[in-house]
Design a protein around this ligand. Structure first.
Ligand code: ADP
Ligand code: MG
Length: 142
């Protein structure tokens, strides 16, 4: 198990942290992005996508309604999921997450709601909302 932690003080700093995290990632990889609403999960994903050359930061938006956003054009395919609106664990099967992760990086917001997914994940990036604009970002790989 490896853990890395850092604290950021702005959205820009979190995106920079994401660009640095991107350099550490190897496929196949499924990570839960854990943190409250507004913690910075999507902001961090912008940096990771940019670091992978998959998308410009401004082009990465929350997949709240579509559940999955796909960024195929980077060094590795990236899938960004937000399962906030998913009701039941059995609905996960329809998303085909096992197939998505083949040769790709899969980042899942609100994945911790589903124990099955936590069990299958390679690790997580937890973002804790501290005072003001401070966030503590902890990457844990199993
Ligand atoms: P989530 O996806 O976790 O719900 P978002 O990334 O959509 O969160 O939103 C985070 C919000 O907090 C953005 O408006 C962002 O500008 C703001 N913010 C302020 N400070 C930070 C920080 N240090 N890291 C990330 N976001 C921050
Ligand atoms: Mg989000």
């Amino acid at each position: 198990m490896t853990t890395r932690q850092r604290t950021t003080h702005s959205a820009e700093e979190t995106m920079q942290a994401g660009r640095e995290i991107a350099a550490l990632l190897r496929t196949p990889l499924l990570l839960i992005l854990r943190g409250d609403l507004g913690a910075g999960k999507t902001t961090l994903t912008k940096g990771i996508a940019a670091g992978m050359g998959a998308a410009a930061e401004d082009d990465v938006t929350s997949p709240t309604f579509t559940l999955v956003h796909e960024y195929p054009g980077g060094t590795m395919p990236l899938y960004h999921l937000d399962l906030y609106r998913l009701q039941k664990e059995r609905e996960l099967a329809a998303l085909g997450i096992d197939e998505l992760r083949e040769g790709a990086i899969v980042l899942i917001e609100w994945g911790e709601r589903f124990p099955l997914l936590v069990a299958e994940a390679d690790g997580e990036i937890a973002i804790a909302h501290c005072e003001g604009d401070s966030r503590t970002i902890t990457l844990t790989l199993k």
